[in-house]
Design a binder for this molecule. Structure first.
Ligand code: HXC
Length: 518
């Protein structure tokens, strides 16, 4: 077939026009801002030569009212399609800021909804790479409806296919709800930002001066708002991390996560685990040191590291299989549960549950964070989310109590009677209604007040409380946990438990949905 012949002239011309559209001048507009082009992003994400573009030639819709100018370029400012990432099918869209600021008009939105619907039908993850001035002003209500359709599709696909957003430029106004609705948000430091109302409006309405970065940069969303879970210094590293991240996830909710081979570097009997928790219960340690000695070597991928940091969450592998980790972090606020860490944990658990990823909990928690701020901001409501998420999850759930497991926090962290499948404790565990100091102060208030040597008496009572009550043996002997284990055997115990749970089946009562305390 002669593609340059007369009957195909328009075909060749169109191809050439499309190629010209992505000129070096266009690319340099992105590069000077420290950003890559939409095509460069697609090139980094997909396995070489596997990306198939869809709707390359669509052009913007006509608008009923003339206002401003519409750039009638092919593609309407977004590249959509599918390809392979590490050999697995993935759909994606990448907004092109060089065409009308990547703004979202009707046709642009229809391209996105088309791949969203394909991804859902084919049970494959979808990645959105966002770099856009938001709703296209010239197209008015049509672009708003376009956003609404995208939001609706994200919600319909939620829990069926993994949906991940990568913010690589501006994301402002109502447009922010597109990433906010997806499972995970990646951001690039210094070149991406998200806010509902920008610095100009903030100045006008509140007379406050703030930069885009200060209002909604990557650091702000990763550390303070919790909107972004992963941030990296540049786009290459962001996309590399995203590819690694995808390797832990199944393509959809009826698949199991992919399995890889384990290098066997972490022994099932690992004596190093005996020396990480300090003898002094008031001394901190990094729970990641424990995680890394239990899971397959170098497989722990932490999520939302900077937000709610008294709780560590992330994916890892055990004998090559994906697991989700939730762990109190004694290094931060003694591992206490506060509003941010409760919400972070709840959302992570729900993701794992939706995508068949077993949840392993490492517990060392003194309780919920006390104080007026936390109470007034709703620690009751937010803590309840964590409780709800754990209890509702039907994937295999295993807990290892490392040290403190006091009060409501003991119950919340996947306790046996909340539906935990296997609950183990290390000999260093302290399981009780409250910590020794608080318990002694309440139960022996009078005696301490009347004592000639209250300091000595308190010391004695605290020791007695630890020996008699705050230890794992009472819980073990009465069946509230399954076993007190040698820390060195932790990996082996979890592997055996996961094997036993491989056909776990839970009958969930019929209902439209539960009513999580949002
Ligand atoms: C149409 C837009 C646009 C938009 C940018 N452009 N945003 N065109 N609709 N929303 C165009 C510009 O006119 C310009 O065209 C080109 O994109 C590049 O924009 P610049 O302003 O030159 O770039 P920069 O200086 O980098 O600033 C980027 C920006 C700014 C901060 C994003 O463009 C901006 O503030 N845009 C508006 C953001 C916004 O408020 N959007 C609406 C949000 S509300 P030329 O031809 O000059 O190259 C929303 C509602 C969603 O999205 C509702 C969902 C429910």
């Amino acid at each position: 077939m002669d593609l340059s012949g007369k009957s195909y002239k328009s075909f060749v011309e169109r191809q050439e026009a499309l190629k010209k559209q992505y000129s070096p001048e266009q690319a340099s507009k992105q590069h000077v801002k420290g950003k890559l082009t939409a095509w460069e992003r697609i090139g980094l994400l997909f396995d070489k030569g596997t990306f198939e573009e869809i709707d390359a030639f669509v052009t913007p819709a006509s608008t009923p009212v003339e206002f401003g100018k519409i750039d009638r370029k092919y593609g309407d400012g977004v590249i959509v399609g599918h390809g392979k990432v590490n050999g697995r099918l993935v759909f994606a869209y990448a907004q092109d800021f060089t065409i009308m600021g990547g703004s979202l008009g009707l046709v642009h939105s229809r391209k996105i909804t088309k791949v969203q619907e394909m991804a859902l039908k084919m049970g494959a993850p979808i990645i959105g790479m966002l770099d856009s001035g938001g709703a296209r002003i010239q197209e008015g209500v049509a672009s708003l409806s376009g956003y609404a359709s995208i939001f609706h599709n994200i919600i319909q696909s939620s829990g069926i296919i993994p949906q991940i957003s990568v913010i690589m430029g501006p994301c402002a106004g109502g447009a922010v709800y597109s990433p906010a609705l997806t499972d995970f948000v990646f951001m690039v430091s210094h070149t991406s930002y998200m806010f509902v109302t920008g610095p100009n409006v903030v100045k006008e309405v509140l007379n406050e001066d703030v930069t885009s970065e200060g209002l909604g940069g990557a650091e702000v969303h990763a550390r303070k708002s919790g909107v972004a879970q992963m941030i990296y210094d540049d786009e290459e590293n962001t996309i590399l991390a995203l590819k690694k991240f995808l390797s832990y996830l199944p393509s959809n909710n009826v698949e199991n996560p992919p399995s890889v081979s384990d290098d066997g570097a972490i022994p099932n009997f690992n004596e190093r685990l005996r020396d990480i928790v300090p003898d002094d219960p008031n001394k901190a340690y990094d729970v990641r040191d424990i995680i890394n000695q239990v899971v397959d070597r170098n497989t722990f991928f932490e999520t939302a590291e900077l937000f709610g940091a008294s709780l560590v969450t992330g994916f890892a592998r055990l004998r090559g299989r994906s697991i989700g980790i939730v762990a109190n972090q004694p290094k931060v606020l003694a591992g206490v549960l506060d509003i941010d860490s409760s919400v972070k944990g709840a959302r992570f658990i729900r993701f794992c549950d939706a995508f068949n990823i077993p949840i392993i909990t490492f517990e060392d928690v003194p309780g919920f964070l006390p104080g007026v701020d936390q109470e007034h901001a709703g620690i009751i409501r937010h803590g309840a989310k964590l409780l709800f998420a754990y209890s509702e999850a039907t994937v295999p759930k295993i807990t290892i109590i490392l040290r403190k497991a006091y009060g409501g926090a003991f119950i919340v962290m996947n306790s046996k009677f909340l539906g935990g499948d296997f609950n183990y404790a290390w000999p260093s565990a302290e399981i009780a209604v409250m910590g020794p100091d608080g318990a002694v102060a309440i139960l022996y208030r009078k005696e301490l007040a009347e004592s000639k040597n209250p300091v000595e008496l308190k010391k004695e009572l605290v020791k007695k409380y630890r020996d008699r009550i705050a230890n794992p043996f009472i819980a073990d002997e009465s069946g509230y946990i399954d076993e007190v284990i040698d820390p060195a055997l932790t990996r082996q115990k979890i592997i055996s438990a996961l094997d036993a749970l491989s056909n776990k089946w839970v009958k969930v009562p019929a209902r439209k949905h539960g009513n999580m305390p949002l």
